[in-house]
Design a protein around this ligand. Sequence first.
Ligand SMILES: Nc1nc2c(c(=O)[nH]1)N[C@H]1C(S)=C(S)[C@@H](COP(=O)(O)O)O[C@H]1N2
Ligand SMILES: [Mo]
Length: 555
Amino acid sequence: MAPRRLYALFGILATLVGMAVGHLVAALTSPDSSPVLAVGSAVIRMTPTPVKEWAIRTFESDGFSILFIDFPAQNYDKVVLVGSVFIGVIVLAALAGVLARSSFRLGAGALVALVVVALVLTLTAPSPSALDVVPAILTAVAGVAALWVLDRTARGLPLDPRAVSTAERAKAEAREGSGDAADDTAEPASGPRSASRRGVLIASGATLAVAAVVGGLGRFIGNLRTRAEDVVLPQPASGEAAAALPKDLSSTYDISPLRVPNADFYRVDTRLDTPVVDSGSWTLTVDGDVENELEISFEELLAMPMVERDITLTCVSNSVGGKYVGGARWLGVPLNDVLEMAGVGTTADQILSTDFDGMTISTPLSVATDGRDALIAVGMNGEPLPRAHGFPVRLVIPGLYGFVGSTKWVTRLTLTTYAEQQAYWTERDWATDAPIKPSARIDPPRALEQVSAGSKGADPGAIVVGGVAWAQNDGGVSKVQVQVDGGPWTDAETGPDVGDVYWRQWFLQVDGLESGQHQAKARVVDGDGDVQTDVRAQPFPEGSSGIHTVIFTVG
Ligand SMILES: Nc1nc2c(c(=O)[nH]1)N[C@H]1C(S)=C(S)[C@@H](COP(=O)(O)O)O[C@H]1N2
Ligand SMILES: [Mo]
């Protein structure tokens, strides 16, 4: 009998084949119904807020892929999550394999049970579809089939059922005394016998190859499907185009670009896939406390007068000095225009927006309609929204953290009350009215970086301390001040002013630093002349605060 170790491997191989098949089928139907992703998504929904928040904060980074799944930049938290689910599944798969050693049915049953758990978790999604069941079923079928092949090979049993009857016939003939019954055709199927090592090796290798090819195909198709759709955006209405962007200091200094390119823009959401929402079938429903319920198609939306605005998005999960903030140029229809078409009633105090998959975000009605440039956006930096950033349509609400306003893949705006309906993060105890707090971030020098005098853009004998700062709700950035090694707060040079709701670049030449360790701090002074607070707060429940401090070495 084959050793346990071998059967554990069989369980893993069979599960890899199953997952690959599930991933391929999901790529063709709905990407997030791929069983591992579906389990991961369920874990996201069920994870308590503090843990989730910690994970988002802790695992900032630059883009990854695990097996067949690509993760965009800065979603290392998701990579860690999917990786953990994956490892858990592999361990259970190995156990199922070991069970199959004593009884194939038991092992296969364990594999099916694993898939059933994944399926049940898939169906806890806010709007599960019947189609989500298909990848799971095929995962189970493929996994059990692979396990069967491996098990049969290890037991030296034939894979072709007809071969069994041939073998039996051969045996029967042999009993009848026909000396040459065990001819070449019957030989490989001559009943249970010790398995050939070579057969097991070939079957295992073939199973792994099938998993790799099918998984690779799933990944390829998934990536094809998440390619951008060809959409031609309208021009902004006359007088509504944003001015040409002023000179960007990032060409001279090593600081964030004034406008973050789409490919580099931070991404934060609860999804593990990149949603594929088709612009042709997309509609926006406006309902609830309104005089006229609306349903607007993408074409109709594009025909409405568009405005172009420079707005800096910020995530509530951004820690002091973090990456989850970025400035971009947005093209869209003023939210107010659409609300006016619908005629908002008198009882609503909340806009509950829903994405294509039933995820909800709530925005205080009074804030969204107080004259700020809240947008139903279709364009980002001169292009249609990338799928990761909400294609075909998202909300962008200046001054509010993304989780209370910048709904991606939005399909419904419901005018309702906080008492009546709660959104995803509200149910998880985050703040409901969450204005972005003013903050300054130091880009160079990076934490623990060794800088030499004469770094990018530095005057002779100096180093550059620089970065970005924002104060979207407080009249924009009027000044940024820098403190080195506990000395006096010194005004930095500020870059171009792109508006109150946009971030601002800044830098300071610092000379005379001796070699060794130093510390830099930066703080923003807003348009009202107020200095940002130095009181430290964690992102939960309404955004981080405190002064960004960087330790670096001059060498
Ligand atoms: N549908 C949907 N929209 C969403 C989210 C989400 O999880 N689902 N995340 C929000 C959060 S927390 C932020 S900070 C912004 C981020 O937008 P970005 O990924 O384009 O930077 O999107 C918001 N919109
Ligand atoms: Mo966010």
